[in-house]
Each structure stands twice: as structure tokens, then as C-alpha cells.
Unconditional design. Structure first.
Length: 346
């Protein structure tokens, strides 16, 4: 349901690749005002409208351009957002927030190398800026350059040893590189610095769940104390119950999730798996797999699972139909290919 990753605070995107002036006065031209009005009519964003009105009164406010850039990012108007960040820098090149905003927008626009270059520029010009060091650490983590990630995070922690986010990034680096003991230590330190860091509790739960250690429940519960409706913690906790054979607890929690989040095809799939593999209730299993498919019509694994159940019910043609549907959405799914060949006598 979720891979535990970290990204810059304003977005989650796929990785594709890898100051020059102090405060100036600036007035909006008629062309710029018309462009703002035109975009506002198209986007119909109340926050954008509010910022534009403020800019008419105060066109030299760099924070307004920076704020508007983030609004443009939220509606995927990246080029305009980049221009706003550059304008903010032009107005006040000493404000690190303006430079960091430009790095954020480059990253959101998948201009990853420009983001990296901008962040490296910031740490050179503002060497005590911990946020830039952490963002570089995140970026290098995401492209799996773990030594560089740790290097930049450690630089931030040397400046401020209380940065929970720094320890959290290190925890993810260690987890991804297979050193779960160091990951546990880093996540625990992150929680010591910020007892409300839900993601650190969840990641600790994930690590202990992978070890079949019941401490996982404790960490999931700690996350749920902070946010009782956190769908990630709820799902991971339910899946751990399923993983260790506590079918009734898993089913009860999965149904709780469905009450909170009715559109949850993976939850329905897991309920089907429990009914089939643990409770031996084939009809109920088919019911859940069918509901999962209804919510997610391209759910290849659900078609495959339903086919296996139908095969056991001696419904050969229905199983073949499901296997073909599965392969329509996941062409090279070997288990489905093998089952289909067997049923068709190939």
C-alpha cells in the first residue's frame, strides 16, 4: 500500500535524472497584471486570487512571489512557478527561502539536476543552512547515492544535532541499504527529537514486522495514538496480523479500514486472501476478489487470485477467463501464464 520514502515537503515525484543580486524595487507591468488575471480565470484558485491582489498593492514582497510559486506547483504550472521564484530572488537574494523554493520547484518539475545544482549553490553561499543540506541528503537518497546522502545529512546534524528529520533520512538510507540495526537506531533517535514523528514509528513497525517481531504492533499503535485514522499505520498493522496468522484480528482491522476508506481494493484483496488461504471459504474469497476488481478494474493480481479459487471449484472456463484478464493488464505475469497453459493443455 505504501513504500516508505521521503521527498521534499511539497511533493512526491519520480526521479528522472540529475545569486546574484540583492534587494531591488519592482513594479508589475500591465502585461504581467493581464497574465495574472488570465491565469486566475482559468485556474479559479481562491488562494492565487488573494496573492495576486496582495501583489498589486505590494509588488516588491518577495515572500508573496514565493508563496505564489508553491500555489502554481500545486496546479502543475511549473514554468510560471520557476519565474516567480527567480523574481523573489531578484527582489531579495539574501533570503535563503527564495533559493530553497526554486530548488523545490525544479524538483517538482522533474528538473532534478537543476534542483541539485541549486541546492549545492545554496550550501556554498549559506553553509549553515541545514534545510539545504537535508534536501541534498534526501535527493541523493532518492537516487541511491547513499554515501553522499549520509554526508550531507551529517553536515546538517553537525550544525544542529536536534534535527529529527536528519535522523529520519539516515534511518531510511540504512534501511534501504540493508543495515536495519542502524536504521532502528536512527529512527529511534528521530523520535527522541520529535515524539510526534509518525513516519518514524511506522518505519520501525515495518522493520520489526519483517522480523516477525511483535514490537511492530507497539510501533504501529504509537503512530495511531498520534493519528487514529492514519491509513498507512492501519494497513501495515492489519497486514502484520495477517502475516503472523492472526486472521480474526486482521479481518477486524481491515473492515475498520473499509469503514474509514471504502475505496481500498488492496484491503479487499487481502480479505480475499485470508478467506481462501486461512479460513478456506472459497465463496467468500471470490466475493472479496470481485469487489477488489470492481474498485480497480486493472487489478491483475486479483484476477489471478480469483482464477485460482475458481480452478479449485472446478470452474475451468471461468478460471481461464480470469487468467486472460490478468494477462491483459500484466502481460508477463509468469504464474498466470503457467496456470493458463496448464488449464488449456499447452
Amino acid at each position: 500500500m505504501k513504500k516508505h520514502v521521503i521527498v521534499f515537503c511539497i511533493f512526491s515525484v519520480l526521479i528522472i535524472g540529475f545569486f546574484y543580486q540583492c534587494t531591488q524595487n519592482h513594479t508589475l507591468t500591465d502585461k504581467e497584471i493581464k497574465q495574472q488575471d488570465s491565469l486566475q480565470k482559468v485556474l479559479k484558485n481562491p488562494l492565487l486570487d488573494s496573492i495576486n491582489k496582495q501583489l498589486l498593492k505590494n509588488p516588491n514582497n518577495d515572500s508573496l512571489y514565493r508563496e505564489r510559486a508553491y500555489v502554481y506547483v500545486s496546479v502543475r504550472q511549473f514554468d510560471i512557478a520557476i519565474n516567480d521564484c527567480k523574481r523573489a530572488i531578484k527582489i531579495d537574494s539574501t533570503n535563503t527561502k527564495n533559493h530553497l523554493a526554486l530548488a523545490d520547484v525544479y524538483f517538482a518539475a522533474n528538473k532534478t539536476k537543476l534542483s541539485k545544482d541549486k541546492l549545492e549553490e545554496i550550501v556554498k553561499k549559506f553553509p549553515d543552512n541545514t534545510e539545504a543540506h537535508l534536501k541534498l541528503g534526501e535527493l541523493y537518497y532518492l537516487v541511491k547515492q547513499y554515501e553522499k546522502a549520509i554526508e550531507y545529512v551529517n553536515k546538517a546534524l553537525k550544525i544542529d544535532p536536534t534535527l529529527a528529520k536528519g535522523y529520519y533520512i539516515k534511518g531510511n538510507v540504512y534501511k534501504e541499504s540493508g543495515d536495519t540495526n542502524k536504521a532502528i537506531s536512527s529512527f529511534q533517535t528521530a523520535i527522541e527529537q520529535d515524539p510526534k514523528m509518525i513516519d518514524a514509528f511506522i518505519d520501525l513497525g515495518v522493520i520489526y514486522a519483517a522480523r516477525n517481531n511483535s514490537l511492530a504492533i507497539q510501533y504501529y499503535n504509537n503512530a495511531l495514538k498520534l493519528d487514529p485514522k492514519n491509513n498507512i499505520a492501519l494497513y501495515d498493522k492489519a497486514f502484520f496480523y495477517q502475516q503472523i496468522g492472526m486472521a480474526d484480528s486482521a479481518v477486524a482491522l481491515y473492515h475498520h479500514i473499509l469503514n474509514l476508506y471504502p475505496h481500498s481494493p488492496h484491503v479487499l484483496y487481502n480479505l480475499g486472501a485470508i478467506e481462501f488461504a486461512m479460513r478456506k471459504n472459497k465463496d467468500k474469497a471470490i466475493e472479496y476478489f470481485t469487489k477488489a476488481i470492481q474498485q480497480k478494474p486493472d487489478y491483475a493480481e486479483a484476477y489471478y487470485a480469483r482464477a485460482i479459487v475458481k480452478k479449485e471449484q472446478n470452474k475451468k472456463q471461468e478460471a481461464i477467463t480470469d487468467l486472460k484478464e490478468c494477462l491483459k493488464y500484466k502481460v508477463n505475469f509468469e504464474p498466470a501464464i503457467a496456470e493458463l497453459n496448464q488449464l488449456e493443455g499447452k
